[in-house]
Design a binder for this molecule. Structure first.
Ligand SMILES: Nc1ncnc2c1ncn2[C@@H]1O[C@H](COP(=O)(O)OP(=O)(O)O)[C@@H](O)[C@H]1O
Ligand SMILES: [Mg+2]
Length: 241
């Protein structure tokens, strides 16, 4: 049987048929505001709170106090406590970008990555991580190296990616091939706000529900609803909701 790591997010583990494959790397893709960072926060928070698993948050976009505020606004009350006691270790952009190349930043991290204490890791976002590199080859080499390091050290990781859902005419980035799974967060504007959806497009070794499911972001974080949406990725039409 394949070992799974539960996200603890209502509804999401169900459509993953149990959870994310342990020791895999999953891409969380979506446009700005789709909920990628919140999903990451919640994944690490639930890890500590529900499963007694420690996590590492590599945050290239928000600093530690931004994350703290976001967590508070969602009702993740114990976030500050978990960060202070080391159950969640945050490397924010101030720390990560202080080093001027990726090797130096990796040196900083390596002790923690090699430490068996941590089970979950989040890298938010790949777009910013990629700014370390001068050209495509260097970027690919390091991305490959990095995802290998994560797997070798037994981490179950989420990497966020600023990319809308894949349509046949868009270029598919290398990161999609280097990762074991791909979850898209989708938002469509409505008169009163946005409708949100989640689509698990790929999960290696796993029989997943590939329908698109409605989700919401509110107090308590992301909730995924079980009634599959009639929304189709291959049509230009708006959701009927
Ligand atoms: N406390 C909250 N309650 C309800 N919705 C929230 C809350 N905090 C953030 N959101 C919604 O989540 C969206 C941001 O999600 P975020 O995870 O930061 O997006 P991104 O995909 O860019 O990382 C915001 O645009 C906002 O609509
Ligand atoms: Mg974000």
């Amino acid at each position: 049987m394949i070992e799974q790591t539960k996200t603890g997010i209502d509804g999401l583990d169900d459509i993953l048929n149990g959870g994310i494959v342990t020791n895999s790397t999953t891409l969380i893709s979506g446009n700005p505001g789709a909920g990628k960072s919140i999903l990451c926060l919640q994944y690490l928070y639930n890890g500590v709170e529900q499963f007694d698993e420690k996590g590492i948050y590599l945050s290239f976009e928000e600093n530690e106090s931004d994350l703290r505020q976001a967590a508070e606004s969602l009702g993740f009350d114990k976030w500050p406590e978990y960060v202070d006691n080391g159950d969640i270790k945050v490397y924010d952009k101030q720390v990560l970008l202080r080093e001027n190349d990726f090797s130096s930043s990796l040196e900083l991290l390596l002790d923690d990555l090699e430490d068996d204490e941590y089970d979950r890791l989040v890298l938010d976002s790949l777009a910013m991580f990629e700014l370390f590199f001068e050209d495509e080859t260097e970027k690919r080499t390091y991305l490959l190296k990095f995802t290998d390091i994560l797997r070798e050290n037994g981490l179950t990781s989420l990497l966020t990616n600023e990319q809308g859902a894949v349509f046949p005419d868009t270029e598919i980035g290398l990161e999609n091939y280097l990762t074991d799974g791909n979850i898209y967060l989708i938002q469509t504007p409505t008169d009163t706000g946005v409708n949100r959806y989640v689509w698990v497009a790929k999960m290696r070794k796993q029989n997943i529900e590939t329908d698109i499911y409605p989700m919401e972001i509110d107090w308590g974080g992301i909730k995924v609803h079980q009634n599959a949406s009639a929304f189709s990725m291959m049509s230009e039409e708006e959701s009927p909701i």
